[in-house]
Each structure stands twice: as C-alpha cells, then as structure tokens.
Design a protein around this ligand. Structure first.
Ligand code: B12
Length: 352
C-alpha cells in the first residue's frame, strides 16, 4: 500500500516537539479540572493519554487513519462495557480546547481540527471497523482457542504435538492455529467477554506451546545470516516476534531475540555489536513507529558501509505499512512467511 493522501495540515518539527511536551500537561489539566484524585492507572485517564499518543502520527503526516482506528477501538471497547460514548466525545472537545489555548494559534488549530475530524468519522454509528486480520484458520483453531479459554495447557499441547507427529510444520501451526486463536482472545477481551486474567492465562499457555514446538522442530545448523529481533519501545506484545524468531531459527538463521519494549538505542547497539545482517522490529500501535524512526536515523548516522537494513512487522505494520516506510523501514512484513522472504531479500539472497 502506498502513502495515503494527507487530508490534514501537518505540524512542523517545532510544533510536534511542543505537542509532545504538552501531552502530560493536558492529562494533568484534566485531573485538576475534574477535581479528582484519579491516578494514571485509572482507565479514563489512560484513555486520554492514549488519544494523545494515537494523534501524534496524524499530526506528523496529516493522515487521519491511525486516530480514526484508535477512536473506533475505544468506542467498541466502551460500548461493550456499557460506558457512554458521550464521555469520549467530551474528552475530545476538552483536549481540543486545551491545545487551542496552549499552542500558538495556527498549530493549536491543527491539533484541534485533527481531534474533531477523527471523532466525526470514528464515532459515527454507521461506520464498521474490523479487527486485525490473522492468517487463514485451520480446523484445529477453534479447539485450540477453547483450550486457551478453559486454561487447558494439556489439550493445547496435545493439539500441537498431534500436528508435529504428523510431520506438520511448527511455524504453520503458529500462523494458522495459535495466531488466529490469540486474535480471537483479543476480540473477546475487547468485547468484555474475557477478563485481563483470562487473557493472561491464554497468553501463558500459547507461549508454553510455542516453546515446546520450537524445541521439537528440527532447525538446520544455525549458519545462515544474523537477525536481531526487538519490539519497538513501549510495545509489550512479544509473542508475534517470538514466532518470527522461531521461524528464522528453524530456517537456519542466527537469531538474537530481545523481546518486549526495547529502547531504540539498545536495539541499534545490539544489532551493531552482534554484527546483524538485518534488524527486525515489531510494532503494535501506530505511535510506536516513532521508535522505528529513531532506529533508522541512528543506523543511517553510522554511515552507508555499516548500515543494517530494517524490517518492520506486527499489527501496526500490517495496518500502516506506509508509516513504517515513512520512518525509514527497508521492508514491511506481516506474517512470518513474508518476514522470511523480506529479510532474505535484504541480505541479498533468494526469498523462500
Ligand atoms: C496477548 C496480548 C497482550 C499481552 C502481550 C503479552 C506478551 N508477552 O506478548 C499484554 C497483556 C501485555 C497486552 C497489553 C496490551 N494490549 Co494487547 N493483545 C494481546 C493479544 C490478545 C494477542 C497478541 C498476540 O500475541 N498475537 C499473536 C501474534 C502471533 O500475532 P502478531 O503479534 O500479530 O504477530 C504476527 C505478525 O504481526 C508478525 N509480526 C509480529 N512482530 C513482527 C516483527 C517482525 C520484524 C516481523 C517481520 C513480523 C512480525 O508475525 C507474527 C506471526 O505471524 C492481542 C490480540 C491481537 N489481535 O493480536 C491484543 C491487542 C494487540 N492488544 C490490544 C491492546 C489495546 C492492549 C493494551 C493497550 C491494553 C491495556 N491493558 O492497556 C496493552 C498495551 C501494551 C503495550 N504497551 O504494548 C489491542 C490493540 C488494539 C488496537 N488499537 O489495534 C489488541 C488487538 C486486542 C483488542 N482486540 O483490543 N496485550
């Protein structure tokens, strides 16, 4: 997908810096205005902080999608909990007024207009918005999801072992069974049909199954190219990255898996120090692409001869590939299979 047409005015660099500096002040102003002692752990205040995070790429690129997606998600989340959407709508107005009053007028209007434009589209009851799309499901996906929901690690392991006993591919099981089942879990949590604890149990079982699968898989001797895999700063979703790491190991790559929430400087430092051929970054939310920008900028500053190519994946990469490219990514991939072909192309080999 190419870069979508910018429909809004953008903030210049100075304006963006000012916006970032004002974000915590905006949330604090709400606490004062509502005369409440609520802390940042309180859901409505987390909401406000998230609205402002989601708005950042919109202000940088003038493309409204990330904020519309975020508000639609927030609307679905609150509807499922019978919360009134009037609060979300009022919050947007209050935030718009805050930035109009706190910034130089032209920049303040850019922020306020973006907030209100996204709200007008996102909170319209006629607009439907689908969840992230997982790879095709297999027959076992529902049984696997049921095992996750009932907390049955035994059944979940049995399903995978049966697949491997029949010479099945562990990465295919990950993509067509574990990934869609976890996407379902996300939908159920969002729809208020599952508690956070239920989701944590499901996640723990899925990870255990993946570890067992990776241990059973016969990888070729790790003599291939070297890839460092890291979640972007603030991204705590590391299971997808783990799946990608397993697939690369099985294909014979040398893998350094850094896991969740890796600061940009650390990711670059590890990639350089470990002499990586490729750096893979996982991004779950549009605003986390900022970290991809920091990574590619740092890598560029090392000079052309030491430049390590960057492949970006994760649900935000699937939704906003243009944003990853705008932040300097050399390739964007969604599932493990396209990760492998993209990374192989980047190291100058043939894609599988
Ligand atoms: C488990 C989970 C969590 C766990 C993660 C635990 C862990 N250790 O990983 C925890 C509890 C931490 C969590 C937290 C949150 N989560 Co969550 N989470 C999920 C859930 C249910 C499953 C994620 C997962 O493992 N998916 C399975 C993997 C295999 O899929 P994947 O990540 O897409 O990875 C594949 C590809 O994307 C790609 N890929 C991934 N990374 C990379 C990297 C490279 C380099 C490449 C090439 C490819 C690649 O390959 C993978 C294999 O095919 C999802 C639902 C969903 N749709 O994914 C929600 C979901 C992502 N979470 C969501 C939310 C809202 C949150 C929170 C904000 C909620 C909160 N409590 O505040 C926080 C944010 C935390 C943060 N700062 O990151 C939303 C996001 C909504 C949106 N706007 O899009 C989702 C979609 C749930 C929902 N339907 O509402 N979450």
């Amino acid at each position: 997908m190419g870069f979508p047409e910018a429909s809004l005015s953008r903030l210049d660099r100075e304006g963006l810096d000012h916006y970032r500096a004002l974000r915590p002040l905006a949330v604090a102003a709400f606490v004062r205005a509502r005369k409440t002692d609520r802390s940042f752990g309180d859901p409505p205040l987390i909401d406000l902080a998230r609205h402002l995070e989601a708005l950042e790429p919109v202000l940088e690129f003038g493309v409204l999608h990330p904020m519309i997606d975020h508000l639609r998600w927030a609307a679905r989340f609150h509807r499922a909990r019978s919360d009134s959407l009037i609060q979300v709508s009022t919050d947007i107005d209050d935030l718009a007024d805050f930035f109009l009053a706190s910034m130089e007028p032209r920049r303040g209007s850019i922020v306020a207009d973006a907030l209100r434009a996204a709200r007008a589209v996102a909170l319209s009851p006629t607009v439907a918005h689908g969840p992230p799309v997982a790879p095709a499901r297999w027959l076992d996906t529902d049984a696997f999801r049921a095992a996750l929901l009932s907390g049955s690690r035994r059944v979940a392991l049995e399903l995978m072992n049966r697949h491997l006993d029949a010479d099945g591919d562990v990465t295919d099981f990950g993509a067509h069974v574990i990934q869609p089942a976890l996407y379902d879990i996300g939908q159920l949590w969002e729809g208020n049909k599952l508690s956070i604890a239920d989701e944590h149990v499901a996640t723990a079982i899925a990870r255990c199954v993946m570890i067992q699968g990776a241990l059973r898989a016969h990888g070729t001797l790790e003599a291939g190219p070297r890839i460092v895999l890291a979640c972007a700063e603030q991204n705590r979703h590391e299971i997808g990255l783990q799946m990608v790491a397993d697939a690369f190991r099985i294909a014979g790559w040398k893998v350094l898996f850094l896991g969740a929430d890796v600061p940009a400087g650390e990711a670059v430092h590890c990639a350089v120090d470990w002499r990586a051929d490729v750096l893979g970054v996982s991004v779950a939310f549009a605003h986390q692409m900022k970290s991809v920008g920091e990574i590619t900028e740092r890598l560029r500053s090392l000079g052309a001869d030491r430049r390590i190519p960057v492949v970006v994946g994760g649900i935000a990469a699937a939704r906003y590939p243009w944003l990853a490219r705008a932040k300097g990514a050399d390739a964007v991939a969604h599932h493990w299979r396209d990760s492998m072909s993209a990374a192989t192309r980047l190291v100058g080999g043939h894609s599988s």
